[in-house]
Design a protein around this ligand. Structure first.
Ligand code: PGA
Length: 248
């Protein structure tokens, strides 16, 4: 399966940071890149980054979207607007949205459906908290988030799942390879049960403190089909090193 490496810049980056995407595009200016590469910048940089990345091997994604096409929703961005700005994907249900903005899986489901309606790929994030892991609830939490967050419009082309244990995001902590194998295997089985062959072909990314140093072991796990990278995607060389691992 062709891996996807997506960089999530979160609320980081001023115009000068476009140089990072420029560097990534030039380093990947070859015909044989064997991974899909994507950057999700803050909304303020999205159109400019689409310009920087035009004609390159790097595509651009939004970090969130509203469920409606337009309307009185101050501060929000419609999936159609992301698409109009040149994005090809949108991240939905990131744990920081679920925590900071109280987003439920039901809302994430509707946001993913909005992304599909606009012709965007939805990168749907799920993952347990530290307390849930300690309570032995990881698989149950992931299964229920998966069941509730994925709309019926999901297929292998328009949907990517990102498993991101909340306690691993931005902390430098990562689950063991065995833990990642267990969760990704369970996600794959759930996807196949619900979506059949599309579920076998849907990519499942690992996210949470992916760095050049740990990427190889994490990416070698069965049913890990790429990475969602936060902090390390802000540095071109670190991001490129992770992409190189995913390409092999
Ligand atoms: P991190 O973030 O790589 O900085 O841990 C990952 C994410 O939140 O997508």
């Amino acid at each position: 399966m062709r891996p996807l490496v997506a960089g999530n810049w979160k609320m980081n980056g001023l115009r000068a940071s476009l140089d990072v995407s420029r560097d990534v595009c030039s380093a990947l200016a070859r015909g044989d890149v064997s991974a899909d590469v994507m950057i999700a910048p803050p909304a303020t940089l999205l159109m400019a980054m689409v310009g920087v990345c035009a004609g390159s091997n790097v595509s651009v994604a939004g970090q969130d979207c509203h469920t409606a096409k337009s309307g009185a929703h101050t501060g929000d961005i419609a999936a159609e607007m992301l698409r109009d700005a040149g994005a090809t994907a949108v991240i939905v249900g990131h744990s920081e949205r679920r925590t900071d903005h109280g987003e439920t899986s039901a809302l994430v489901h509707d946001k993913a459906a909005a992304g599909h309606r606009a012709g965007l790929m939805a990168i749907i994030c799920i993952g347990e908290t530290q307390a849930e892991r300690h309570a032995g609830q990881t698989l149950a939490v992931v299964a229920s988030q998966l069941a509730a967050s994925l709309p019926p419009s999901c297929d292998a082309r328009n949907t990517v799942i990102a498993y991101e244990p909340v306690w691993a995001i931005g902390t430098g902590l990562t689950p063991t390879v065995d833990d990642v194998r267990e969760v990704h295997g369970a996600i794959r089985r759930d996807l196949e049960t619900r979506f059949g062959s599309a579920g076998s072909a849907m990519r499942i990314l690992y996210g949470g403190s992916v760095k050049p140093e740990n990427a190889r072991s994490l990416m070698s796990v069965a049913h890990v089909n790429g990475a969602l990278v936060g902090g390390a995607s802000l540095k071109a060389q670190d991001f490129l090193d992770i992409i190189a691992v995913c390409e092999t």
